[in-house]
Design a protein. Structure first.
Length: 416
């Protein structure tokens, strides 16, 4: 249902308009949205990718996209990273997000971005628009003294703290190496590193404390980094600080372990928590008492195949073969129908085409569910067990999994 009084409109780039434009988002999240935050956001926005809704002259809806690249099996794909989505509480459920989403997906199509990605405030919102869970993320919280590895390891290198300027010289380049090998990871603009990821922006400091950036060097070579916050808390028994790991990445498992051990040795810390670990987390296999982590799994990055054919052709497949998918897609009907993936056995590239009428489909599923198998987070067998697909040909599920399976579970440490 469209409310004709409400218009979908792009904001101009002047300060007054942008401030009014973003209000539905800051109101929705009940942020104490300071001028400092606005000035930072403003530098990160791509103004020609912002879209909003006005009722008269009042901005009542806002959303935006960032130009990103997403690592997929065997390569990468251009992606619209959707962000800053909000509708004023006075104007909810009148189709405003639906209209802004249409605009954003149309713009992504014009820019040859076959997929859109986002982090959701609530998992119920985005399946309405064809998004499915693209990655999972793990969170945990553990008493520091229970954070013990089951097996000993040789000490590795040295860890030191770096300020934003030195962090900028070291960390983004290392991340870039990791990103291109980590299915599910997304590219990060240098401004984002400088203003948001390495800098201590005001947004999280009240809840999580001061931010630090640490690097691990082995024989003078950078091998990993950690970005974390420590919230100071004291009572009559002493310090009980909480250390929150925002990000920890190493070039190899030994580097990551060395960073975890270093963090676990920080004085005055009583509790360690982490928000975006991979699932399954290697720590679960490494800890002396894994249950004490209290590892919790939640939806991570959501993904929408906007141009299904281009998206499927952008990744590689694990085996040669042919599979035909019958896809429904209410929000982007151009994707509907039967699609045949023909994978040549040598390089794993697929050619994807509309199936001829003579071809019988292997499985039938909705685009939201295809999105969950796209990066390898779930399998067709998982979908079948959840009652989310129909196997149309005996063996169809197994045939599809043979092609789509990936060596490692995808992971994204980047909140889009
Ligand atoms: C989430 C939000 C943007 C939705 O905007 P909206 O304009 O109300 O959405 P629409 O009216 O276009 O809804 C489209 C469909 O999605 C459904 N939907 C929207 N928000 C939903 C939610 N939170 N839970 C379940 N369904 C939801 C609607 O019911 C509607 O379905 P229908 O077509 O079957 O009726 C808005 O409620 C909001 O700003 N919430 C607070 C901030 C927030 O969570 N932003 C998202 C950041 S990731």
């Amino acid at each position: 249902m469209h409310d004709e009084a409400i218009q979908i409109r792009q904001p101009t780039g002047d300060t007054e308009t942008l401030r009014a434009f973003i209000r539905p988002v800051s109101t929705a999240f009940a942020d104490d949205y300071t001028d400092e935050m606005f000035q930072m956001d403003r530098q990160l926005w791509e103004v020609d990718r912002l879209i909003g809704a006005v009722d008269g002259e009042t901005w009542v809806g806002a959303a935006g996209a960032l130009s990103m690249r997403l690592t997929v099996p065997g390569g990468e794909v251009r992606a619209a990273g959707l962000t800053d989505v909000g509708v004023a509480p006075s104007h909810r459920r009148r189709g405003i997000l639906t209209r802004m989403m249409r605009w954003l997906l149309d713009q992504a199509t014009e820019r040859a971005e076959p997929v859109a990605i986002l982090y959701a405030s609530d998992g119920a919102i985005y399946p309405n628009f064809g998004f499915g869970m693209g990655t999972l993320r793990g969170t945990f919280e553990i008493d520091r003294h229970a954070f013990r590895f089951a097996r000993p390891a040789e000490p590795l290198g040295r860890v030191r703290l770096v300020d934003v300027d030195e962090g900028m010289r070291l960390i983004p380049a290392l991340f870039e190496r990791l990103r291109t090998e980590r299915v599910g990871e997304v590219s990060r603009h240098p401004d984002r590193w400088r203003l948001q990821l390495l800098a201590d922006d005001g947004r999280m400091r009240p809840g999580l404390g001061m931010k630090s950036n640490a690097v691990l060097e082995v024989d003078g070579q950078l091998r990993g980094y950690a970005i974390y916050r420590v919230k100071s808390e004291w009572d009559e028994r002493g310090a009980k600080n909480t250390l929150t790991v925002l990000e920890l990445s190493g070039l190899d498992p030994a580097a990551e372990r060395a960073l975890w051990e270093w963090l676990a040795g920080i004085d005055l810390v009583a509790k360690i928590q982490a928000w975006r670990t991979s699932v399954p987390s290697p720590l679960f296999l490494q800890m002396a008492t894994p249950r004490r982590l209290g590892l919790t799994i939640a939806d991570g990055m959501w993904i929408r195949l906007i141009d299904l054919q281009a998206a499927l052709e952008a990744r590689t497949y694990a085996a040669g073969g042919t599979v035909t998918l019958e896809v429904t897609d209410a929000f982007c009907p151009a994707n509907e129908g039967r699609w045949t993936l023909d994978v040549a056995s040598d390089r794993g590239m697929a050619s994807v085409s509309a199936a001829t009428t003579a071809v019988e489909a292997d499985v039938a599923l909705d685009t939201t569910d295809l999105a969950t198998v796209y990066l390898g987070t779930f399998s067709f067998a998982d979908l079948a067990r959840a009652g989310r697909l129909a196997e149309l040909r005996p063996g169809g599920v197994a045939a599809a999994d043979l092609l789509f399976r990936t060596a490692e579970a995808p992971h994204s440490a980047t909140m889009v």
